[in-house]
Design a protein around this ligand. Structure first.
Ligand SMILES: Cc1cc2nc3c(=O)[nH]c(=O)nc-3n(C[C@H](O)[C@H](O)[C@H](O)COP(=O)(O)O)c2cc1C
Length: 181
């Protein structure tokens, strides 16, 4: 399977990106292809014509998303929600094939005590509205600045284990919900 892992921000040095990398390793360990789709959204994403006549920089990122058998969103909490950069990217996805019946899983990350719950639930609302298949086993991590060592790995083995369990469960979920070709 091809798992697209999206750190849900374009912020330089984002901890979500570290977490997304680590999550991706669990899918690789299970024998799946992983595409870490970083939201390096250039000015082409902000052009008024981007919706109708997207430039190659837009279509290239969108194509990587569309190749996913399953998408793992690693979502930081920004202002009580998921980042605008991620919404802009989602708004560039074609309708309905962008999210329709596409399996999606979610990890939330925040500096504060709410552990990315609102960010994930807002994003689930969008994905659910667009008829994505939502994997119910989510993972939430708070106090983000305490969670990583200098190599970018999670310091708490409990979270690393939950990421691993989520990966194992999500690939089973994809196999169960994906219509046979
Ligand atoms: C623009 C912005 C808004 C943020 N808003 C919140 C917030 O509402 N609640 C919270 O707990 N943390 C908030 N944070 C902190 C992030 O959740 C924190 O940096 C965390 O590590 C995940 O974001 P990152 O992937 O950018 O590192 C915010 C960070 C930024 C850059």
């Amino acid at each position: 399977m091809r798992i697209v892992v999206i750190p849900g921000t374009n912020r330089a040095g984002a901890l979500s990106t570290r977490l997304a990398r680590q999550a991706g390793e669990h899918y690789r360990g299970l024998g799946h292809d992983v595409d870490l789709l970083e939201l390096a959204l250039g000015p082409e994403f902000l052009e008024p014509l981007a919706y109708k006549e997207p430039k190659p920089a837009v279509t290239a990122l969108v194509a990587r998303f569309l190749a996913a058998d399953g998408v793992l969103f690693v979502v930081p909490e920004y202002n009580g929600s998921f980042p605008g950069a991620l919404k802009l990217f989602i708004d560039m996805l074609p309708y309905p094939q962008g999210l329709d019946r596409r399996p999606c899983a979610f990890v939330g990350l925040s500096a504060g005590q709410f552990q990315g719950l609102r960010a994930v639930e807002h994003l689930q609302q969008v994905c659910g509205y667009r008829n994505a298949y939502l994997y119910p086993q989510r993972l939430f991590i708070g106090e983000s600045h305490r969670q990583f060592d200098n190599d970018g790995n999670l310091v708490d083995a409990k979270f690393a284990e939950r990421l691993k369990q989520q990966a194992a469960g999500f690939v089973q979920f994809i196999a169960a919900v994906k219509p046979k070709p």
